[in-house]
Ligand binder design. Structure first.
Ligand SMILES: *Cc1c(COP(=O)(O)O)cnc(C)c1O
Length: 355
């Protein structure tokens, strides 16, 4: 499908790279295409970034048929711009959409959409270490109809936002985590393995309560026994027990992170033993007491690796590695970032040149 490009006549002033933060600024253009049942996907276009018109009865506004993705483009040390694993992100949306009865554009169009948008916005890809252009593909139901059934019309669009260095450029920083023992992010049989906006709606209150208690994020437990670890904040979670990296197995309540897969691949290739298996709070407490629990960290596109320095429960707190980022977290973080910045060879074919 051909992508029609109409460029803005009023480009924005770009913010200084030191002030980028996350999700505050948006580039000059967006990609969009529309789906109508019976006709399929069409009208692929890159157009000036602007508010969009939506029927007030659109399905996304009432019944929450909405999904998104999050990936990044990086400017390498050679000045060239590369996407990190764009097909993996497209495939994840394609895999998740049927659970919400949503159609997606074909993988090739999704990847081309991201690549074409980044190509138009090359000047928006920041240059300093640790920065990137964050890409947010989004799929929403657009048909104006209040009956409860899957929408017959959808829009897929991609917006882009320059992102600053997650850790402020001073190496990794540990977070303090509150263990959520009441509320659940995603039950078994629910939407947890899809990047549905609804999962985020379900998670906001716990995160807000944790912040009120002075913590950065929550550790999510399984929805049945409230005992097995699932994710940390909006990241997958890994535990270093002795010299074994343990992470919960993928299920329908855990999001299959592209970073999780990348980090596990690198860990295995660096000689670490990796176990994907259920891990309980009981096991974690025991491992902490015996000294086996060396490190905890989250994995996700935004931070790559986010070390956990403390796990707190009501009346109890486990301090991990003295509250500091551990050597395995540091080593895996560097390994991923070096590939993303084109500093080291890319034996897995993760990077895709844009320009
Ligand atoms: C997006 C997301 C992740 C991380 O996925 P990446 O592909 O690594 O960015 C993990 N958990 C949840 C709940 C997410 O929404």
């Amino acid at each position: 499908m051909e992508i029609r490009i109409s460029k803005t006549t009023q480009p924005k002033v770009k913010p200084p790279e030191a002030e980028l933060g996350f999700g505050k600024y948006f580039t000059d253009h967006l990609f969009a295409c529309d789906y109508v049942e019976g006709r399929g996907w069409g009208d692929a276009r890159i157009e000036p970034y602007a508010p969009m018109q939506l029927d007030p009865a659109a399905g996304v506004l009432h019944y929450g048929q909405a999904m998104f993705e999050g990936s990044k483009a990086f400017r390498g040390v050679d000045g060239r711009v590369r996407l990190f694993r764009p097909e993996a992100h497209a495939r994840r949306m394609i895999a998740g959409a049927p659970r919400l009865c949503m159609p997606t554009p074909p993988e090739a169009l999704m990847v081309e959409a991201v690549r074409a948008l980044v190509k138009v916005e090359l000047d928006w890809v920041p240059r300093s270490e640790g920065t990137s252009l964050y890409l947010r593909p989004t799929l929403v139901a657009t048909e104006g109809f209040l009956g409860v059934r899957p929408s017959r019309e959808y829009r897929y669009f991609v917006i882009a936002s320059p992102a600053g260095n997650y850790f402020g450029g001073k190496g990794l920083k540990s977070v303090r985590i509150w263990v959520e023992t009441q509320d659940v992010r995603a039950p078994r049989g629910g939407l947890g393995s899809t990047k549905a906006g609804a999962n985020y709606a379900a998670s906001l209150k716990s995160a807000q309560d944790a912040k009120k208690r002075g913590f950065d994020q929550v550790l999510w437990l399984d929805g049945k026994d409230h005992e097995y670890v699932e994710e940390v904040g909006t990241m997958n979670v890994c535990f270093l027990l002795g010299s074994t990296l343990v992470t919960p197995p993928l299920s329908d309540s855990i999001l299959a992170g592209v970073t999780r897969d990348s980090v596990l691949t690198l860990a295995r290739d660096q000689g670490l033993t990796v176990e994907e298996r259920p891990i309980s709070l009981k096991e974690l407490r025991g491992a902490q007491q015996s000294g086996e629990l060396k490190e905890i960290f989250g994995t996700g596109t935004a931070a790559v690796i986010s070390p956990v320095g403390e796990l707190a429960f009501a009346g109890e707190s486990l301090v991990i590695n003295g509250g500091k980022p551990g050597p395995v977290a540091e080593q895996l973080y560097t390994a991923v970032c070096d590939i993303q910045r084109g500093l080291k060879p890319d034996p897995y074919g993760w990077m895709q040149l844009v320009d």
